[in-house]
Design a protein around this ligand. Structure first.
Ligand code: SAM
Length: 293
């Protein structure tokens, strides 16, 4: 590749794919960005500067990657598709310092990867146009590892974006929203039309900014927090009292008492509880379990 092709031009992208014998693979959620303006907006929102440590997940054909490399960031990209890695290696030849890793991001031990590969005193920024099909498990895995980034600039299909930042009472509010709200402060930056991807997906996307927040619980309490949140939302039509009695072998009187101490109405449904209430209920239940079981 003698000069950098404009990857956001559908015609150029198509011919690049042809020359590498590639085709978009639906099962890998491959919808490539073909709008230079959106690429710029994402990178500007992350305020990427020379020397920043940045990890990009799913670089694809490099629409975001080339522009990230141009900032002089200390960049590592993780891509599962070997064909695209071939293309990326050629495309990123002018930036040999960019680390291109063939990796299924669902199998990453983030703490280990970060420790081994990037020495960044200022922390690490995570940037991705995420493949739709792995968005939720991917985010759960990051939260399990305590979201080890200073900021995440992440594009999701709209429905997942809304689930992540939903508030109590919203239709989309669920386990993913509570877990996301516990580990991070999330806001939607902007919507992205489905017309700026090739191939065009069925629905539009949205870009979120997630920033880690101070965690209220200890590591051990957090294990119980996940259990309670997931257990409650598995049966979201049940009252929280019924969910508690399914999860813990205590009398209903005792459970009512625990809920009241956590300022949670026993007849409430899980979608009415805030992140704070889930955290408080976890702490009180944890203390009770430590004392009596
Ligand atoms: N960043 C590119 C862009 O914006 O044009 C491509 C985004 S595309 C929505 C998602 C990318 O994630 C694809 O390149 C796909 O191959 C990659 N991908 C899918 N599943 C993956 C996984 N489990 N691990 C790593 N990369 C994955």
């Amino acid at each position: 590749m003698s000069e950098i092709p404009d990857i956001t031009s559908p015609r150029k992208l198509n011919s690049l794919f042809q020359s590498y014998g590639l085709q978009p693979r639906r099962h890998l959620g491959q919808n490539f960005l073909i709008d230079a303006n959106i690429v710029r907006k994402i990178i500007a929102a992350a305020r990427v500067e020379e020397g920043d440590a940045v990890i990009e997940v799913g670089p694809g054909a490099g629409a975001l990657t080339v522009n990230l490399a141009r900032t002089g960031a200390n960049l590592m990209v993780l891509e599962i598709d070997r064909g695209l890695i071939r293309l990326l290696k050629d495309l990123l030849r002018p930036w040999p310092e960019v680390e291109i890793i063939e990796q299924d991001v669902l199998k990453v031990d983030w703490k280990e990867l970060i420790r081994r590969t990037i020495t960044a005193s200022g922390g690490i920024k995570l940037i991705s146009n995420l493949p739709y099909n792995i968005s939720a498990p991917f985010m759960y895995a990051l939260f399990k590892d305590n979201f080890p980034f200073t900021v995440g600039l992440l594009m999701f299909q709209k429905e997942v974006a809304h689930r992540l930042i939903a508030a109590p009472g919203d239709n989309d509010y669920g386990a993913l929203s509570v877990i996301c709200g516990y580990y991070t402060e999330g806001i939607k930056l902007f919507d992205v039309s489905k017309n700026v991807f090739w191939p065009r997906p069925k629905v539009g996307s949205a870009v979120l900014r997630l920033q880690p927040r101070e965690r209220e619980l200890t590591g051990q309490e957090e294990g119980l927090f996940w259990e309670i949140v997931r257990g409650f939302f598995q049966q979201r039509r049940k009252t929280v009292l019924n969910s508690m009695s399914r999860l813990f072998p205590f009398s209903r009187n005792r459970l009512t008492d625990l809920l009241e101490k956590a300022v949670v109405f026993p007849g409430a449904r899980p979608e009415e509880l805030s992140v704070k209430q889930f955290a408080m209920l976890t702490r009180i239940t944890y203390n009770y379990l430590s004392k009596y079981s």
